[in-house]
Design a binder for this molecule. Sequence first.
Ligand code: THU
Ligand code: ZN
Length: 159
Amino acid sequence: ARWRGLTMSSGTPNDLSPSFQPLGAAEASRLLAAAERAAGFAYVPFSRFPVGAALLLANGEVVGGCNVEDGTYDLTAHAERVALWKAVSEGHRDFRAIAVWAGATPLHHVTPCGSCRQALLQWLPPEAPVVWLDGVLGEPVQTPLSALLPEQFRFNPPG
Ligand code: THU
Ligand code: ZN
């Protein structure tokens, strides 16, 4: 299952992204813990499925986000994009990694959804580690962002 990323213990780049530089195990665990704390603020009366995200900025700061559901359902904001746009709207431009947390059982085995992957690739380097908790292995894994969304859309303005 190497394509899913790296276990915290293995520490060797996988075949898809030979230049992938995962966070250290302690740093990854800290980021995941920040995502778990952010999930504590989730507003989820409809799904009852709290999600938290934590963005690691280049300056070492961490910006958290949680899902905020809406009665229309489709206006629901995802944790990852809340964290991203909080940070961007405060002037941050340099991002190193993101962690996402939705619980600690196989039922809560989550990675960012497709739309969040696209939004993250607008701002994070393609090789940025995405830290998530493998609910089946029961341990954090790291995946390079671009491996989660090959051939992402890029806007190349004409002229
Ligand atoms: N959710 C996120 O916050 N991030 C994702 O990328 C996937 C889905 C939230 C939206 C909704 O509140 C709940 O998870 C169930 O779909
Ligand atoms: Zn999403």
